[in-house]
Design a protein around this ligand. Structure first.
Ligand SMILES: [Fe+2]
Length: 270
């Protein structure tokens, strides 16, 4: 592939072009996906519930004192239990009550355009299968632990929920370089965002929240933390497959929502 053509690829597409795990190749949805009450609870083997229990218990322990209150509040609303993999249909019901969001069940990593279109409609796409025991600490592919445990609790926060919907809307309009800018914005907020609170700096990004290593690394001295600024974020490169050396901290979820809206309006994306 020519360097010129590679420049236009997203970080995930670049990784695939470089021969990374085939589960990380985004699939284009060919038809409708089940949303909310249309979702069926899979017949999980006991081993899968066991995997959930191990991951849930370990991660909740690590998150204490490290994750923001909005996330903790979200886990309470979601009613997560260590004993059983949550049901997407039920989580969708909680979100629809809290912030008018829903959940769709998708078969794996989906194509960006499908993902953004669902976000635009206030629908979060989630997998409903869990990683194997051999990948407890790390999996490059999406799974329900990342999607449910990592992403869903914050969608109960009204400012974050509004921001995420606008993100989908803007991403659908993006052209050329704007795709890369928005991908970076997503990375440094929804996936790897930090927030400054009265009690100190805390985590909110799903990529950190659901990762054994990132959760221990993100608040350490090894990370350079920059203040939230959309223009700086969209020009900050990142590495998908390594611990993050640079992260951004917001002051509040209002700041995230307003800052994103202002920046995207300037770009003509909203
Ligand atoms: Fe994610």
């Amino acid at each position: 592939m020519s360097t010129e053509k590679k420049e236009l690829l997203t970080a995930y597409e670049k990784a695939v072009a470089d021969g990374v795990d085939p589960r990380c190749i985004p699939q284009k949805l060919s038809g409708e996906v089940p949303v909310g009450s249309e979702i069926v609870y899979p017949d999980y083997p006991a081993n899968d519930h066991d995997t959930w229990q191990i991951l849930f218990t370990r991660q909740m322990g690590l998150l204490e004192g490290r994750v923001c209150n909005e996330y903790i509040q979200g886990t309470r609303l979601m009613g997560f239990s260590p004993d059983k993999i949550p049901f997407l249909g039920q989580l969708s019901g909680v979100l629809s009550q809290e912030t008018n969001w829903k959940v769709a069940r998708v078969p794996g990593l989906i194509h960006e355009e499908n993902f953004f279109e669902l976000l635009r409609q206030r629908i979060f796409s989630s997998t409903d299968y869990i990683r194997g025991k051999e990948e407890l600490d790390y999996t490059p592919a999406p799974d329900l632990f990342h999607d449910i445990f990592g992403h869903m609790p914050l969608l109960t926060n009204p400012n974050f929920a509004n921001f995420y919907q606008k993100f989908g809307e803007a991403a659908l309009k993006a052209e050329g370089e704007q795709h890369i800018w928005l991908e970076r914005f997503h990375w440094f907020t929804a996936e790897f965002g930090l927030i400054n609170t009265e009690e100190g700096r805390r985590i909110y990004g799903a990529g950190i929240v659901s990762s054994l290593n990132e959760v221990q690394h993100a608040l350490s001295d090894a990370v350079e933390v920059k203040p939230f600024d959309p223009e700086t974020i969209v020009n900050q490169e990142y590495e998908v497959w390594h611990l993050q050396p640079v992260l951004f901290a917001i002051e509040s979820f209002e700041q995230l929502e307003e800052g994103f809206n202002r920046w995207t309006r300037l770009q003509g994306l909203l």
